[in-house]
Design a protein around this ligand. Structure first.
Ligand SMILES: [Zn+2]
Length: 454
């Protein structure tokens, strides 16, 4: 009887062990304490990473991991590709490490070279457009993203500040301020005060809830008392409607609207348009923004409608909202990995969420037209070099009152260049002068590639 019980424990142990191996082996082998994976974070056995045009962004030679030959291409693609130490947790080298290194139950990590083609990875990004966007940033810090709003492919994704993955900095106590945020892909993982780009969300709430909104007029004399305290405007706009209010970015119109719509309807619109949501971008969640007026007084509610108070938005989330406005209300589901090895990944993407409804088609169309009017009446078509662009800029006072977040968000209306974009720059001066040229450079580079290579 005693031996029988012992035998039972032995078999139970064997079953437990086998089950654990089959479930967890793939992740155990990736652990940093696995001595077989020293040096390049285990990437010395990883496959190549290509951009959408076949440009090699990362490859292994003689057991070492190297990145693209061009310095600025390396810096501009760092946050999507990753580095040897896997410092950027959202980069594809971190997220798809086991696929890239080719762990298999039969071969372990020692898969013969002949089978290794399966571990190459092709990204959706256009590295030339990333480089152009990085150069346009000219050392400014922030995030740039351009996606195809029909398919969800991310064509350009740049986060700055960056560093060279071939020569990563030694970050220590003395220089950590200089490298603050350098491991973050700000496109996915940072949120900023939105300022005037939030007026798009207030507009959506107004279009949905105020039947005569098109014929309403507002009076702007440069400031107004709303909710018991002052709200100021950059200019004295006089008698103005919501269309010119958005094009001229009049604070009084949208502060008044937010106050009038109230906490519930404003929160409903912000939630619906994804401000408080996290989106899945190829297995990586975006950071949530913030719209919370639960404890706001009436004047703070008014300020929240013009993207101040405690409002925060994430660049990728704003780009997804742009895709919905461009697409008649149906949003794109962005993704970075076009293909891995045999093509299993192609079947996963675009996901079924691509084309999911975010807002009503008639409201999307109105917002689309209003954003087009922003460009024709205010920014001017000339800045976009022949593309039919719909856009909104934002200049947000950051909480400390000392610096501005500069934004430009929008999309191209043209059938053959369906591009949605979001640019957020830290310590900018004005949305149009700081973020505008960066957005133009990134979007034009993507459009050129799209027209040339499809
Ligand atoms: Zn005004």
């Amino acid at each position: 009887m005693f031996v029988f019980v012992l035998a039972l424990f032995f078999f139970a142990g064997i079953i437990f062990f086998t089950a654990n191996i089959s479930i967890n082996a793939g992740s155990w082998v990736q652990h940093s304490y696995n001595g077989h994976l020293s040096g390049s974070g285990g990437l010395e056995k990883a496959g190549k990473i290509f951009d959408r045009n076949g440009v090699v962004l990362a490859q292994t030679a003689d057991g070492e991991r190297y990145y693209n030959d061009d310095y600025e291409t390396r810096l501009s693609t760092l946050h999507v590709v990753g580095d040897n130490s896997l410092n950027i947790s959202t980069a594809v080298q971190s997220v798809y490490r086991s696929e890239l290194t080719g762990f298999s139950y039969i071969w372990g990590l020692e898969m013969p070279e002949t089978f290794r083609g399966g571990n190459n990875l092709t990204l959706t990004i256009d590295s030339a457009a990333c480089k152009t966007a990085y150069e346009a940033l000219g050392g400014m810090e922030g995030a740039v993203v351009v996606i195809n709003y029909k398919t969800g492919e991310v064509l350009c994704s740049v986060s700055s500040k960056s560093y060279d993955p071939n020569d990563p900095p030694e970050i220590n106590e003395d220089n950590e301020d200089e490298y603050d945020g350098v491991y973050l892909n700000k496109v996915l993982s940072s949120s900023y005060t939105p300022g005037s780009i939030f007026k798009l969300i207030t507009t959506e709430a107004a279009l949905e809830n105020i039947p005569d909104i098109d014929s309403r007029t507002f009076e702007c004399s440069g400031s107004a008392v709303i909710g018991g305290n002052e709200v100021t405007c950059m200019s004295s706009h006089g008698l103005i409607d919501i269309h010119d209010g958005l094009a001229q970015s009049c604070n009084i119109v949208f502060a008044q609207l937010a106050y009038e719509l109230g906490r519930d309807k404003m929160t409903e619109a912000a939630n619906k348009l994804g401000v408080n949501s996290s989106f899945d971008v190829g297995h990586t969640p975006t950071v949530k923004g913030n719209y919370n007026v639960k404890n706001a007084d009436d004047n703070q509610l008014a300020w929240s409608g013009i993207g101040q108070y405690t409002d925060l938005t994430n660049p990728m989330q704003m780009c997804i909202l742009m895709s919905a406005i461009a697409n008649g209300g149906n949003r794109a589901e962005p993704y970075y990995v076009e293909r891995m090895g045999g093509g299993d990944f192609e079947k996963q993407y675009p996901s079924e969420k691509n084309g999911e409804a975010m807002l009503e088609s008639d409201i999307a169309q109105k917002l689309n037209d209003m954003m087009r009017y922003n460009v024709t009446s205010n920014y001017g078509d000339s800045m976009f070099g022949g593309l039919t662009v719909c856009a909104k800029t934002g200049t947000a006072e950051v909480q400390d009152g000392e610096s501005n977040d500069a934004w430009m968000v929008g999309f191209v209306r043209d059938e053959d260049t369906p591009l949605a974009f979001a640019v957020a720059i830290e310590d900018g001066t004005f949305g149009i002068s700081t973020a505008g040229p960066v957005a133009v450079a990134a979007v034009q580079a993507c459009a050129e590639d799209m027209l040339a290579n499809g």
